[in-house]
Ligand binder design. Structure first.
Ligand SMILES: C[S@@+](CC[C@H](N)C(=O)[O-])C[C@H]1O[C@@H](n2cnc3c(N)ncnc32)[C@H](O)[C@@H]1O
Length: 341
């Protein structure tokens, strides 16, 4: 399902079309979509269709249409540090995009029914972390996927700030979903054939999330959540969600070191860009400097001269230091463990 926007030639083209059609409306959502190539979530030989606004199904692997993911990402109003639960997390495409926005202090959990799909999602995540150029530009909250039926989540499970369900929810299960939501949280789910329902837990009404918006996106219909069939009296296999672990001091240090290095690197790149943008000005300054040097050489006894020479020496050593720092920064960024931060 989908087809709301025209087909793209590549990922950027697809995102341009989603932006033009107003499915993508905010910068952070756009950045997350551009950072992750939808084609990478397709099996070899099927990639040609990845940049069309169409859902894709192959065996148990199932991706929703890009226009759906855009609406969902916008509706979730993601912020750094939030906790996110993806019910029916599939290939992990959506969870990985979410991880780029909620960052290293967020929580990113997914529950998926099929073991082979969870294995596929873990492989895709590994590929993204190891091979994607855009990974270093973001602070990431790595998704953790568990196999299980998301309708059997343990009753004493923790609650989340943001929840998305990727398969059709029956009316009977609406309340079950709401229980998993924190006060002030947002829950987005497709309800039977009615389109998306967007719930927000009202902080003034402490007990219960209220329906904020119900939206029918095109004629999109979702495959329903699979329900466990079991013999009378048989106990359900309760799904335990991953635990909320406290980060180790070492882990936190890595996050801060990487953040500092990334900031330094972008400062340096910004400086470089600025210099490239005004080449004439730089040329002129170099000329001036050379003239001062000549003057200094001719009049060694002048007390002014000492100051000028010191200033020039200082400038040169600052330049050297900046070049060295840039080299060191990129070496550390390359060598530091991508996975842990
Ligand atoms: C449209 S796909 C979601 C794709 C996902 N958003 C992604 O980024 O790849 C819906 C997924 O829900 C899963 N699913 C269906 N019923 C489920 C259930 N009861 N518990 C857990 N997962 C379920 C399906 O196996 C499928 O992978």
């Amino acid at each position: 399902m989908g087809g709301a926007v025209s087909a793209g030639e590549d990922n950027d083209d697809l995102i341009d079309n989603l932006k033009e059609a107003q499915y993508i409306r905010t910068e952070k959502v756009e950045q997350a979509f551009r950072a992750i190539d939808r084609g990478d979530y397709y099996l070899d030989g099927y990639r040609d269709n990845a940049y069309k606004d169409l859902a894709w199904k192959h065996g148990n692997i199932h991706l929703s249409a890009p226009c759906i993911y855009s609406e969902v990402m916008e509706a979730l109003k993601l912020q750094p540090g939030l906790s996110f639960l993806n019910l029916g997390s599939g290939t992990g495409y959506l969870s990985t995009m979410v991880g780029l926005i909620i960052g290293p202090f967020g929580v990113n959990h997914g529950v998926e029914l099929h073991t082979d799909v969870v294995e596929y999602a873990r492989e895709k995540l590994e590929d993204f972390i190891k091979n994607s150029d855009s990974f270093d530009k973001f602070e990431f909250c790595e998704p953790v996927f568990v196999v299980g039926n998301c309708l059997e989540i343990s009753a004493d499970s923790h609650q989340y700030d943001r929840i998305y369900c990727g398969a059709g929810v029956q009316k009977d299960h609406e309340n079950y979903m709401k229980v998993l939501l924190k006060i002030g949280g947002i829950l987005v789910m497709p309800i039977e054939d009615q389109g998306f329902a967007l719930y927000a837990a009202d902080p003034d009404n402490q007990d219960w999330p209220v329906l904020m918006e119900s939206k029918n996106i095109l004629a999109v219909s979702f495959a329903p959540l699979v329900q466990q069939s079991r013999a009378d009296g048989e106990k359900p296999d309760t799904v335990e969600l991953p635990s909320l672990t406290v980060r180790s001091l070492q882990d936190l240090s890595r996050v801060y070191i990487r953040r500092t290095l990334r900031d330094l690197d972008s400062e340096d790149s910004a400086g470089k860009e600025a210099v490239q943008r005004v080449p004439q000005k730089r040329k002129r300054r170099r000329c001036q400097r050379r003239r001062i040097n000549t003057y200094v050489c001719r009049q060694p006894a002048d007390p002014q001269m000492g100051r000028v020479r010191r200033r020039n020496t200082l400038r040169k050593s600052k330049k050297k230091w900046r070049t060295r720092r840039r080299k060191e920064t990129s070496a550390i960024l390359k060598s530091s463990s991508k996975r842990t931060c």
